[in-house]
Design a binder for this molecule. Structure first.
Ligand code: PEP
Ligand code: MN
Length: 384
C-alpha cells in the first residue's frame, strides 16, 4: 500500500530543508564578506606602502556598475546598489580604523604614557599646574604674577602675547614686546613660559621666548601652523577646538608629529554647546577617552571651559579625578582691570583658595563611608 506523506508533513520537511539552505547561504555570505574585507585591507596596505591614496571612488563606480550589470534578480538594481554600498561603507570604515591605529599619537603605538619635559617639569608624569594671566598687559602685571606664582610653587607660567580675539576691536595682545616682558619676568623667578603662537611665521620668534608653544582652540585646525610647529625645537600644547571631535584633535596632533615634533601635550578646554551658564561645556569624558586613545599627556583648562570663577575648583577636581595630567588656570593680580577674560581670571587670594581646595581630600568621595560601595572587593564573585 502506498503510504503518501500527509501534505502538512511534506511542507514541514521542505521548509526545514530550505531553511538549512538559507543558513548555509548566510554562512557563505559572511565568509565571502570576510574574504572581501581581507582583500580590501591588503590592497589598502599595499597602496599605503607606495604612498597612494587608499580610497579610490572612481574604481568604486566602475565596480558598482559592472556588478549591477550581472544582477540576476529578483532584487532590483536599486536594492543591490544599496546593499553593495553598505558593504563598501563598512570596508572604508575598516580601512580608516586601520589608519587610526597607525597614527603615531595613537595609544596603540605606545602603551606607555609619553612624558614631555618642559623646563624641567615632566608633563605626563606628575600633576602639573600652568597658571598666569590671560594676556600679557605690562611689566608690572607680569612681574607681580611671576613672583606670586613662583612663591606658590607653580613652575610653568602662561600669558598671551598674541591674542586671537573674537572682535578685531578688542585687545590683540602686546605681540613681540609681550613675549619679552613675559619671558623676562618668568626667567627672573625661575618659571617656564607657556604662550600662544598664532602665525606659522612666528615659530622662531615665539620659540626664542617660550618653553611650551600653545596652539589655541581657534587654531587647532590651522594646518599650516601645525606643520610649521613640526620643526619647532619646542614642545607644543595643542588645545581642542571649540567644536572639534576627539578624532579631529588627534589628527591635528598628528600633523605636528608627522612633521617632526612628537613633543606634544593635549588640552581639553570646553566645547561649545547649547548651555549658556558656562562659556563652554567642560567635556570631562574627553579626559578618560583621550587617555585611552593617545599616549600623549592630557591637560584641562578649567578657566576657558567655565568662563567664570566660582566653579573652577570643582571642575579642577573633576578633571584630575578623571585622569588629567594637570590643569591650566588663569590668574591676574587684579582681574577687574584685565584687558581680556576679566570675568574668569582668579585674583591671588582666589588662586590660594583653589590650591588649598585641591590639596584637601575630596568630600563625598569617601567610598568607605557609603555602605553599598564599601562592600568587599570580591563582592561581584559572591552568589546570593
Ligand atoms: C588662551 O589660553 O589664552 C586661550 C585663548 O584659550 P583657548 O584657545 O582655549 O580659547
Ligand atoms: Mn583667556
Amino acid at each position: 500500500m502506498d503510504h503518501a506523506k500527509p501534505a502538512a508533513q511534506d511542507t514541514s520537511d521542505t521548509l526545514t530543508r530550505l531553511r538549512c539552505e538559507i543558513d548555509g547561504l548566510n554562512s557563505e555570505l559572511v565568509s565571502l564578506l570576510s574574504r572581501r574585507a581581507q582583500i580590501a585591507l591588503e590592497i589598502a596596505g599595499r597602496k599605503r606602502a607606495v604612498g597612494r591614496p587608499v580610497h579610490d571612488p572612481e574604481r568604486e563606480l566602475v565596480m558598482m556598475a559592472s556588478t549591477l550589470d550581472r544582477n540576476p534578480g529578483p532584487f532590483s538594481n536599486e536594492v543591490v546598489a544599496h546593499l553593495l554600498n553598505e558593504v563598501v561603507k563598512a570596508t572604508v570604515a575598516l580601512m580608516n580604523g586601520e589608519e587610526r591605529s597607525t597614527l603615531t599619537v595613537a595609544r596603540t603605538q605606545n602603551s606607555k604614557d609619553t612624558i614631555v619635559t618642559v623646563k624641567g617639569v615632566d608633563v605626563g608624569a606628575e600633576p602639573v599646574l600652568i597658571a598666569g594671566p590671560c594676556s600679557v598687559e605690562g611689566e608690572v602685571q607680569v612681574e607681580q604674577s611671576a613672583r606670586f606664582l613662583a612663591s606658590r610653587g607653580v613652575r610653568l607660567m602662561r600669558g598671551g602675547a598674541f591674542k586671537p580675539r573674537t572682535s578685531p576691536y578688542e585687545f590683540q595682545g602686546l605681540g613681540r614686546r609681550g613675549l619679552e616682558l613675559l619671558s623676562c619676568a618668568a626667567r627672573r623667578h625661575g618659571l617656564g613660559v607657556v604662550t600662544e603662537i598664532v602665525d606659522p611665521r612666528h615659530v622662531e620668534l615665539v620659540s626664542a621666548h617660550a618653553d611650551l608653544l600653545q596652539v589655541g582652540a581657534r587654531n587647532m585646525q590651522n594646518f599650516e601652523l601645525l606643520k610649521a610647529l613640526g620643526s619647532a625645537g619646542r614642545p607644543v600644547l595643542l588645545k581642542r577646538g571649540l567644536a572639534a571631535t576627539l578624532d579631529e584633535l588627534l589628527h591635528a596632533a598628528e600633523y605636528v608629529a608627522s612633521h617632526g615634533n612628537t613633543r606634544l601635550v593635549l588640552c581639553e578646554r570646553g566645547i561649545r554647546t547649547f548651555e549658556r551658564s558656562t562659556r563652554n561645556t567642560l567635556d570631562v569624558s574627553a579626559v578618560p577617552l583621550l587617555r585611552r586613545m593617545t599616549h600623549l599627556p592630557v591637560l584641562v583648562d578649567v578657566s576657558h571651559a567655565a568662563g567664570r570663577r566660582d566653579i573652577l575648583a570643582d571642575l579642577a577636581r573633576a578633571a584630575l579625578a578623571s585622569g588629567a595630567h594637570g590643569l591650566m588656570v588663569e590668574v591676574h593680580p587684579c582681574p577687574a582691570v584685565a584687558r581680556s577674560d576679566a570675568q574668569q581670571q582668579l585674583d591671588f587670594a582666589e588662586f590660594d583658595d583653589l590650591l588649598s581646595t585641591l590639596r584637601r581630600p575630596m568630600p563625598g568621595l569617601r567610598l568607605d563611608t557609603c555602605p553599598s560601595l564599601a562592600a568587599p572587593a570580591d563582592w561581584r564573585m559572591k552568589g546570593p
